[in-house]
Design a binder for this molecule. Sequence first.
Ligand code: CA
Ligand code: CA
Length: 328
Amino acid sequence: MSDILTITSEHVSGILTQDAAPAARCGDGDTVIFETRDCYDDAVVSEERPLGDKADPIENPATGPLYVEGAEPGDVLKVEILDIRLRDWGVMRSSTKCGVFHEDFTERTARIFPIRGGADESDAAGAKGAGSAADGGSAAQYIQFDDRLAIPLDPMIGVIGTAPAGCGITTDTPHRHGGNMDCRRIVKGSVLYLPVNTPGGLLSMGDLHALMGDGEVFICGLEIAGRVTVRVSVVKGGAAAMLPTPFLSCRGRVMTIQSAGTLDEAGDKAAKAMKEFVKKAAGKDNLEAGMLMSLLSDMAVCQVVDPLKTVRVEFPLDVLETYGYRLP
Ligand code: CA
Ligand code: CA
């Protein structure tokens, strides 16, 4: 086993709250592994028993929380996603109540998909050790959907957040603290910036998807347990204050991620948050920032199936760097 601080999947909750006792503590800049259950609480293990084997499963269990020493309210927690390792099978289940197509179904049906190719959980757990995690073979992993179709994976984190300000928020809901954003850009190599609302921040995560399309229209991605390696750092002062959290850097683009009761509302919030950020980062006024947004930003739906809908707005980082901005 590695000597990296690891929070096991015994430490899960269905709510992110300031009242939670930390599962672990780490220093500013430390690397931590979160072992996560799947969104069905690892209870659905066969297609014959789609309701699962647990009497009272936690919906969307999130592993944590992690207390980061030195993180104080008003700071921003920088979470670098160093690696995502997956279990060797994923699961999807139909719903009779949620999702765009729920009226198609009168009962719940589960499909289990073995993960093929690449590195699997057995080498993630021991043989190669965490030191080789950065070489993870997810890019070569795929599922065989049926006799004809093989689908490559793009592993992502569905639920990731700090403790919200005020009351706790269940892990089915995205909000300003992050949570169930189901943003398929939260992948290995991404950097997520989350608000610190309580001392230590209290970071939790779970609900990994081996693959999910924008919208998550069926109600689930390819749901899977796994192991996420992150480096956590505390951003303070003016650098923290200008970040419109939840804020993401992924594959050369920065992204605002906003959730609201409707897609219209979420889209407006995400676009306005990015425009305000562009104004500050590039030193532009409303006119030029608005023009740059219309020319260069892309709006995309993260998900339409959670209690609040989530939209992200992406903007090219190199444009901001042209004006001298550097991400903290
Ligand atoms: Ca989710
Ligand atoms: Ca999910």
